[in-house]
Design a protein around this ligand. Structure first.
Ligand code: GLV
Ligand code: MN
Ligand code: MN
Length: 409
């Protein structure tokens, strides 16, 4: 086979152009799902698709599909993708790399004059990050039949705006139901978001699976009172109670459940006044482990510990499951194709399990799925400093190119 390559300069350029939308002063990106910045990124993606002569459309939950047609239009496509939404202090690459690498691959195949036997489609999934709307991986979840359209439409942000309303407002609510779309296979390229590839000097990670994730919403109710006149022993301070819960969670994950991680990433304190003892808090918990039974054991320990703390501090606690994503094992044939491509291209690779969640976790419920990782600088991600080299990004996109051709040519 004549060796072809993606255009690494062009790939880098498209990622940098996307990074201008919602760019932050520290060099990162803030592009929360279904905001005006998300709309601008979507518009740019569609503008490129239109200019380059690809077909494009979006489904009922706003997932955008850009297609290079194949000889047979009716066969389900090879699907490649990830997400264009980011964290509030996100980087330029998390998600964006997967969409842009996919796009670079279909451009390369088209330019080479290769007509695939089946369509190749690049997808931007809606609300992967789950920051503005719960749950995460929403668009891919509806596509995969894990969530219903109604569940996702009814999700609200902090200001009570619904997903459906905000999707309509930016003009990306399509007619065709997401769940009706099909695919032959799904490949998601992503930066690793951890330090292993870089520290062990591997160029490519073949992702065997993803650890499970359990997300909880916690509300603590105390009693608002004057900060100057309420004696310390007469307070029902919801924030003090919540702080003890955070520490108990951290200790539990560190000392009792090796291999687990636990995070409180968001807390709202009410009424949020300097001189009022907090009467209410709301906070989120994110726990992850490769085993489902361990996650459930952690959940039940959290409930016990938190109830004890609430009793000690005279507060009330309510805990609700926000979402649960079981551990995922990717399709072995799909992973084998990635491995063969890396070998053919002469890149060193290792097999690994992903610590972060990805749209592929959802899609794999419906379509055989797999992921390819590339290194990122010091493993830093969900941070404005997130960085990756043009060479490493190109390496992953070339593995993607060969794997896609294996499935579609
Ligand atoms: C996705 O960004 C995750 O939370 O793993
Ligand atoms: Mn991501
Ligand atoms: Mn992310």
């Amino acid at each position: 086979m004549k060796r072809i390559n993606i255009d690494s300069t062009r790939l880098w350029h498209t990622i940098m152009e996307m990074a201008k939308i919602g760019a932050t002063p520290k060099g990162g990106v803030k592009r929360l799902a279904l905001t005006e910045t998300d709309k601008a990124a979507r518009d740019l993606f569609c503008f490129w698709a239109e200019s380059d002569g690809f077909e494009y459309e979006w489904d009922s939950v706003g997932n955008i599909f850009v297609t290079l047609q194949g000889k047979s239009k009716n066969l389900p496509p090879v699907l490649i993708g990830s997400h264009l939404d980011t964290q509030p202090t996100g980087g330029k690459f998390d998600g964006i790399y997967g969409v842009m690498a996919g796009y670079e691959v279909i451009k390369t195949i088209k330019e080479q004059g290769i007509k695939p036997s089946r369509p190749i489609t690049v997808v931007n999934w809606t609300n992967e990050e789950g920051v503005r709307f719960t749950p995460a991986m929403a668009g891919s979840g509806v596509f995969s039949g894990v969530y219903t359209e109604e569940e996702i439409y009814n999700s609200t942000d902090n200001n009570g705006m619904t997903f459906k309303n905000e999707l309509e407002k930016i003009g990306y609510r399509g007619h065709r139901k997401s769940v009706d779309y099909e695919a032959e296979v799904y490949i998601e390229p992503h930066i690793e978001q951890g330090p292993i590839l870089e520290s062990e000097n591997y160029k490519i990670g073949i992702v065997k699976g993803v650890q499970g994730q359990l997300s909880l919403d916690v509300s603590v109710t105390g009693f608002e009172s004057h900060s100057g006149s309420t004696p310390m022993n007469m307070r029902k301070d919801a924030l003090v109670s919540s702080s003890k819960m955070c520490l108990a969670l951290n200790r539990m994950a560190t000392e009792q459940f090796p291999g687990s991680v636990a995070t409180v990433g968001k807390m709202i304190v009410h009424p949020g006044a300097r001189n009022t003892v907090p009467g209410k808090t709301y906070f989120t918990i994110d726990i992850r482990h490769p085993r489902k039974d361990i996650l459930f054991e952690m959940e039940s320990k959290i409930k016990q510990h938190f109830q004890n703390i609430a009793d000690e501090t005279g507060t009330k606690v309510e805990i609700r499951k926000a979402w649960f994503t079981p551990p995922v094992i990717f399709n072995s044939i799909c992973a084998e194709t990635l491995r063969k491509s890396a070998e053919f291209l002469g890149y060193n690779f290792m097999e690994m399990v992903s610590g972060a969640g990805h749209d592929a976790c959802m899609v794999n419920n419906k379509v055989p799925g797999c992921m390819v990782f590339v290194p990122c600088e010091k493993g830093i991600s969900h941070n404005e400093l997130e960085n990756a080299s043009p060479e490493d990004l190109a390496t992953g996109a070339n593995v993607l190119l060969y794997s896609v051709m294996d499935f579609a040519i």
